[in-house]
Design a protein. Sequence first.
Length: 303
Amino acid sequence: MSGDAPPLVALRGVSFAYEEGPVVLDGLDFEVREGRALALLGRNGSGKTTLMRLLSGGLRPRAGRLTLGGEPVTYGRAGLTRLRTTVQLVVQDPDDQLFAASVGQDVSFGPLNLGLPDAEVRARVEEALTALDIAALADRPTHLLSYGQRKRTAIAGAVAMRPRVLILDEPTAGLDPDGQERLLATLDGLRAAGTTVVMATHDVDLALRWADDAALLTPEGVHTGPAPRALSRTDLLTRAGLRLPWGIAATRLLHTQGLLPEQAPGPRTAEELAALATHDNAPPQGRGELRDQPQRPCTRPAT
């Protein structure tokens, strides 16, 4: 990744091993750039969760350093408070994160710990609940929530801290298709409001569709680049234990069949493929109808 400004948060030469365990990460360099939606992918045991906990200050590197805005993070109270008001991690299982009696109480926990005035806490809670579309659940007991509602509540608790970087571990896992679409729309809203989102996922199709950049964790290290390019590298995908995304395979077929200009971006979803096939201006002659049509940017269908 390029850019003159330092990354929002970065790991530099970081190594980590759990007590009496093997090295999980060794000499890792990783950075999160402002405004870039980043998907983090890799096989189970590749170190994704460890990396995210290092970024959020939940773990401390054995070697190397964590930086925030280019400055090394210190692990005293002041340093960690500064980090956690900038970077928030939401774990995969919401039940590991929720503990208060009601949704509103749970979401207010972080702002209260910052020592903010009551009025500011209330404003942040209302803002976060509205952003996650769960304002009507403010007084609902957390043990009566559906799985999707618990996911949204856990994310709202992080959003109430107003972080610049929101890190999500498998946020769509366990959600039905409608729940996934609603969550992705929510994340788009957070991004539009200025939050940089990092998502760990096993779903290469989701990563291609959603992310600006993709970071693939392999035994040799992490490889980061624009999502369409990184996710078309079959050598990296194999080493990361991942398959080729559906959209990349479909685009290659369209290119080889002459149905899409070589440099044109291809579909990322089945809906985008259908949109290409039923282009408003497409002539009726069939297979060659896409070749000479002006290309429109692929966007996720509205949900």
